[in-house]
Structures are given as C-alpha cells and as structure tokens.
Write a protein that binds this ligand. Structure first.
Ligand SMILES: Nc1ncnc2c1ncn2[C@@H]1O[C@H](COP(=O)(O)OP(=O)(O)O)[C@@H](O)[C@H]1O
Ligand SMILES: [Mg+2]
Length: 703
C-alpha cells in the first residue's frame, strides 16, 4: 500500500504559544544572549517537529543549525551528541572552502585552515579535546602512563565550549540535542558545563526528552534527572512542556493529513477518542484506517460511504503499530526485526549481512517498509542508511521480540558488524560490546566490553567506562573459571579503581581495590597486590585518613621491596612522604621524598620524578628555605615541559610565584604568576587561571 497519494505531511497544528516562546529565545540569542531550552513531552507529542519548525524559521535568518543524536542505550559512543554536531560542522566547513578563516579565532581557526579533524592531532599544545578525538575514532597516539581523567576532561570541556563559541561567531548557532533521555552521562556533564557559559554568546541549545523515560536504575536517578536538577538550581534553562492536541486541533490535523476539509464528524470523533490528541498516534491511526480501506479519499463519495461500525481501531500506539506490521510480508517483517535490533538507525550492509537475505529481496522489503512509512531513507555520505520513521516504531518492534529471539538477533548483528568492520573494530567496540552482551555470547561480550571500557576511559567518560567494565566482569563471570579469566578481571578492577580515584568516588574505589586485592592474593600476583595496597593508600591519603593510609602504603612498600618493583616503590614512598608533609613533619617528609626520588630515577619514571621535585619544592618552601624550593621547582619545570604536562607546569609556576611573594620579591612573583596564567590558558586549566589572575592582582596591589 502506497500512502503517498492519500497521506500528506500535516502542517503544524497549534503550538503557537510554544513557537512564539522559541522565537523570542532566538531573538535574544541573535542579540547576544544565548540560552538553553528543554522541550519535554511524551513520545510522539511533537518535540522534534517543533524544533524543526524553529529551524525552518531560523535558517533564512542566517542561523547555523547543528544536530546531535543520542543513541547511548544502543551501544554508541559517549559524547555522540556533540561529536555528531561537530562532525556536521566540519563537513560543511570543508565544503565552504576555508573562506575567511582568519576571522575565526582559537582551535577552530586552525581546523578550518587545515581542513579537517584528522589534523587536530598534530596540534600538540593542548588545545585539542583529546577525549573527543578518541571517541571520534582517532586512536590516541600519545600514551600517558596515567591519565588524570578529571583534569583532562575539564580541559576537553573547555575546549569544546570554546569551539562552539567560535563557531557561533561565524554565524549564530542553534544546537539541537534530540532525545536526551538516551544520552550518555558524559555528554550531560558537558552540556551542563556549556550551558553555564553561553549567556553572553549567540548560541541557543534546544534539547528534547521524554519525562516518562527518566527511570531510576540500580537505585540511582537517571543522569538527565540529575543534570536538570543541577541546572535548575542555577536557572540555566527555559522549559516547554508539550501537551496533547485538543479536539479541534485533532480535527485540523486529520484534515491536513488527508488534504480534505470534509472530514466526517464520526471519523474525527473516532480518531480523537482513540488517540486523545497525540499527533504521532493520530498519524498511525489514520494510516491504519487507510490500510483497512476505511479511508479512501481518492474515491469521490468516500465521506458518505464511510462506515466505521466495524473499524477495528486498536487502543494503544503499540497495538496500532503491531497491527500495521502484521500486514507486511514475511521478508519485510524479518528485515524490520533485525533493523530494530541494530537500533534506530541502520545501514544496508550490516542489515544485509545480518539478515543473510539477497540484495534484491532485501531492497524490495525496504521499499515496502518505506511505503508503509515505518522507516525512511537517510542521506548518508557513502553508505546507504535508513532510520525508523519514529523511535516508537522501533521500540514496538523490538519489544515485541521474545527474549530468545532478541538474543539470537543481537548475536547475528554482532557477527555482521564484526565481519564488516574487521579492519576497524575499534570504531565499533561499543556496538560490539552491546550486541554480544545482549546476544549472550559471553566470550566476545567480555572481550569487547573490556575494550569499550578502555576506550571510554581514554575518552574521559568515566561513568560509561565503569558501565562497560561492569559488563565485562558480568560476562567473564559467566565463563568457566580460569587463570586467564581471573587475570583479565584483575586488570579491569584495577582500571575501575583508577577511574574512581580520579573521579574522587573514594568509597567505590576502595571496594574495587579490595576485590582486586582478593583476586591478586588468590593468583599470588605480588605486583598487583602491591598496586592494590598502594592505590588504597592513596585514596585514604586523599581522604585525610592517615592511619589507614599509612598501613596500606607501608604494606605496598614492603611488597614492592620484596619484588624489587621500583616504579611501585617510588610512588608508594612518595605517598608516604606526603602524609608526613601534611602532618607537618617536614624533615621526615623530605627523607621520604628523596627516597622516592631515587627509586623513581632508577625506574626511569619521569612522572613520579617530576612530582617528587614539586613535593620537595613545597616542603622546602614551608621550611622557609626558599632558594632550595625554587631549585627543585625549576628542576620539575624542565621535566614537565618535556612531558608536555602544562597542567602541572602551571601549578609549578604558581608555586614559584608564591615562593617569591613570601620573600617579598614582588617583581619576580608577578613574572611567575603571569607564566602561570599563560600556561593555564594553553592547557585550559580554568581553576589555576583564576588563581593566577587573583594572585597577580594581589601582588600588583601591594606594589
Ligand atoms: N503540532 C503538530 N502538528 C502537526 N503534526 C505534528 C505536530 N506535532 C507532531 N506532529 C507529527 O507527529 C509525528 C510525531 O512528532 P515528533 O515530533 O516526531 O514527536 P516526538 O519527537 O515528540 O516523539 C511527526 O510525524 C510530526 O510531524
Ligand atoms: Mg522526537
């Protein structure tokens, strides 16, 4: 059945007030007052449509419109909404032939100049959102032994913010983030960060979500609920809640859908009665009535002949869609089910591999699905791409699958992806982890979830990394016990602990390290035992729980000595010294730091060496031995510069400034505070930047 002759895309019905509010926000954005708006409402109520109306209004005014999808629950990348939007921008930018890129400042100017993301990597000075790059499929070449995700993530957030602001300086920008109920929590944190900093820009962010989908999981609030709560405390957004259409509006929508004014009242009554004015439901019911032959506007006397007495209109959206699907042929249903397993979007090649249908049959099936307005073709660059006409359709199809069938289909999709992407598996690890976990292929699920966890970790998406690591452990637990399996668990637990350490989730961190320790004991793996004790020691140290910190660090030191692990030894002794420093035992602290230094030197561990220099600088400063302090600081300076660690470097400059200030050498102090400012700017270290300015001002006031 081809609807196209009967069914029309309806004009926008109602929504005058909402559109007016959006246009006002657009006006003030255009005059330099950016903002954010949340459009909420149930599935099919018209959230996406409303923003598309705004887009159609705004584009002729010279506004740029970028869209980001949220597909996290289907196994896609953390930060996808932003990656999408930025990709769209860079793609266009390339087409627009680097015109006028001088006027663009910051990283974007550079990218515009060299013409693409791939070149971002070559910019080594720290303005690159490394985490995003990793998710965008560029494997991070620069391997750091330890990455402090919190530091790096803040830096990345600031860079993305600056990127968005510089894009908006070319042309005012509407950033559309659809279906945020399915966004990853890392994106939501980034969104929060950005929303706090766009008040004086020409950026309008439009977000949609379905309140009914903000469910708790594992006793934790949905990440979007948290984000909204935080943002509302700071009054960072406006809201629009979409309600269902009333009777008159439903009638108008039906008229518009059928391109007729003469809609018989019983038909409107029936439609309104069933749908209660949900626009998507209205469309589906009308389609269903057309399919049943109830409505045929091509027949002149249709209105008179209309007999609704035996019209079987289902009561729910689910039923109406299910009924429409039941009318399809077997091949089309098969294609639709596998498509729904892939996700809201799917490509021809994956679908074909997974369905194992021949090309022609599959193309016919896809045509049938398009004609039934269940899916539509998307303009992809070099792949044939499709998407469900509405997310509800995908949900109904997917939810109708039995558990056994779902498992089988996920496995097929996973295998198809694995085959098709065998050259670039790292691009699809999240998808593979998701499909093989759902497919209960535990061997592969474990393998890919682990890699997905690593990738998310590198992309500074800590919660997502933890989720994938948990998935990996769940899968490993389903496999037969073996040494290899336990060793993998050990590595995963260690990474989970690290993530918690850097996200200051102390309690969870201790939990993971305890599990790690138990496993390491069992495996008699002393290196990992030492690492677990050491890491717990560091956590207790951060929590100022000195006794526990000492016990754990000393156990770590003992084990590391036994196995002659100088790297571990350096790090543990340094931690031990830190405690003495904080307790005010400066002599003892110096002794520990010097000991740590010599271990780190024999291990060639330049990161710990640099840290020891800073520590020694700090302690000598506290002792009033300023010259010695500065001597150590400048030793660390050289190392940090060589390592490209501008974050720590800024801290050192600040400390050197402090040391000069203490001595009353104000000129010198200013010199270093200014270095601190410059370096902080380079590394997007906002906290130290603020400190730098404040300290500078203070010293100037005294001069
Ligand atoms: N006010 C409206 N007037 C006419 N059609 C509408 C209206 N709101 C939504 N629709 C149509 O209903 C369908 C569902 O709308 P959509 O924006 O996709 O819903 P949501 O994003 O809230 O799930 C779309 O086909 C859309 O064009
Ligand atoms: Mg929508």
């Amino acid at each position: 059945m081809d609807y196209s002759e009967i069914l029309n895309k309806p004009a926008l019905i109602g929504r005058e007030k909402e559109l007016k509010q959006l246009k006002e926000m657009l006006e003030s954005m255009l005059s330099g007052h950016g903002g954010l708006v949340f459009i909420s409402g149930e599935a099919g109520i018209g959230k996406t449509r409303l923003i598309f109306e705004l887009r159609d209004y705004a584009l002729p005014l010279g506004v740029r419109f970028l869209t980001g999808r949220s597909l996290y629950h289907e196994g896609s990348d953390p930060y996808l909404p932003f990656i999408d939007a930025l990709r769209e921008y860079f793609k266009r930018e390339k087409h627009e032939e680097a015109k006028g890129d001088e006027k663009i400042s910051g990283p974007i100017g550079f990218i515009g100049h060299v013409g693409g993301l791939e070149k971002m990597e070559s910019r080594s000075e720290g303005a690159i959102p490394l985490g995003l790059l990793t998710t965008m499929g560029h494997d991070e070449s620069q391997k750091r032994e330890e990455i402090d995700i919190r530091k790096e993530r803040d830096r990345m957030f600031e860079t993305v913010l600056q990127l968005i602001i510089s894009i908006s300086k070319e042309k005012p920008l509407i950033l559309f983030l659809d279906d945020l109920q399915w966004a990853d929590s890392a994106s939501l944190q980034l969104l929060y960060y950005i929303s706090r900093n766009i008040r004086e820009t020409r950026v309008l962010i439009c977000c949609t979500y379905r309140p009914e989908d903000l469910l708790e999981s594992e006793g934790k609030a949905h990440p979007l609920t948290d984000t909204i709560k935080r943002m509302s405390r700071e009054r960072l957004f406006a809201t629009i809640n979409l309600k269902r259409l009333n009777y008159e509006e439903t009638k108008k929508m039906t008229q518009s859908l059928l391109r007729r004014d003469d809609i018989p009242k019983p038909l409107t009554d029936l439609i309104y009665d069933k749908t209660e004015g949900n626009p998507f439901f209205v469309e589906e019911v009308v389609k269903s009535l057309i399919e049943e032959g109830m409505i045929n506007t091509k027949d002149k006397g249709w209105a008179e002949k209309l007999d609704l007495s035996n019209a079987k209109v289902p009561m729910t959206i689910k039923d109406v869609i299910t009924r429409r699907i039941d009318r399809l042929d077997e091949d089309s249903i098969k294609a639709l089910e596998i498509a729904a397993t892939i996700g809201r979007e799917f490509t021809f090649d994956v679908l074909q591999k997974a369905t194992e249908m021949n090309e022609e049959t599959l193309l016919d099936s896809l045509d049938a699905l398009i004609a039934a307005k269940l899916i539509r073709e998307e303009s992809g660059e070099n792949e044939e791409k499709y998407r469900f006409d509405h997310t509800s359709i995908r949900e109904v199809v997917y939810n109708s699958l039995s558990r056994g069938k779902r498992r089988m289909l996920h496995r097929k999709v996973g295998q198809a992806l694995e085959l098709l992407k065998k050259e670039k598996l790292s691009e699809v690890v999240y998808n593979l982890a998701y499909h093989f976990s759902q497919g209960m292929d535990y061997e592969r699920a474990a393998q890919y979830s682990m890699k997905a966890g690593d990738k998310a970790f590198k992309s500074y998406a800590p919660n997502e990394a933890l989720q994938y690591y948990k998935m990996a452990i769940d899968a490993l637990d389903k496999l037969e016990e073996s040494i290899e399996q336990k060793e993998q668990k050990l590595l995963i637990l260690n990474n989970m602990g690290k993530i918690c350490y850097y996200s200051t989730a102390w309690q969870d961190g201790i939990e993971y390290y305890k599990q790690m320790l138990a496993l390491a004991d069992e495996l008699k793996n002393n290196l990992m035992r030492a690492e677990a004790y050491r890491s717990m020691g560091h956590i207790y140290r951060e929590k100022n729980e000195w006794e526990d910190a000492k016990t754990n660090l000393e156990t770590a030191i003992k084990i590391s000595e036994e196995i002659k692990d100088q790297h571990g030894l350096g790090d543990a002794i340094r931690g031990r010294g830190w405690i003495e420093w904080r307790l005010g035992n400066l002599e003892k602290a110096i002794e520990y730091f010097k000991n740590a230094l010599s271990n780190a030197e024999s291990a060639g561990d330049s990161r710990v060496i640099a840290s020891c220099y800073i520590d020694l600088g700090n302690v000598y400063g506290d002792k009033g031995e300023f010259e010695k302090a500065i001597e150590y600081y400048s030793k660390s300076e050289k190392l940090l510069e060589a390592q490209g660690d501008y974050f720590e470097l800024a801290r050192v400059y600040n400390n050197v400034g402090e040391t000069y200030k203490e001595q009353g050498m104000l000129e010198k102090a200013v010199e270093y505070y200014e270095k601190c400012i410059q370096t902080s700017e380079k590394s997007k270290n906002m906290i130290l930047l603020a400190f730098g300015y404040q300290n500078c001002a203070e010293v100037y006031a005294r001069m």
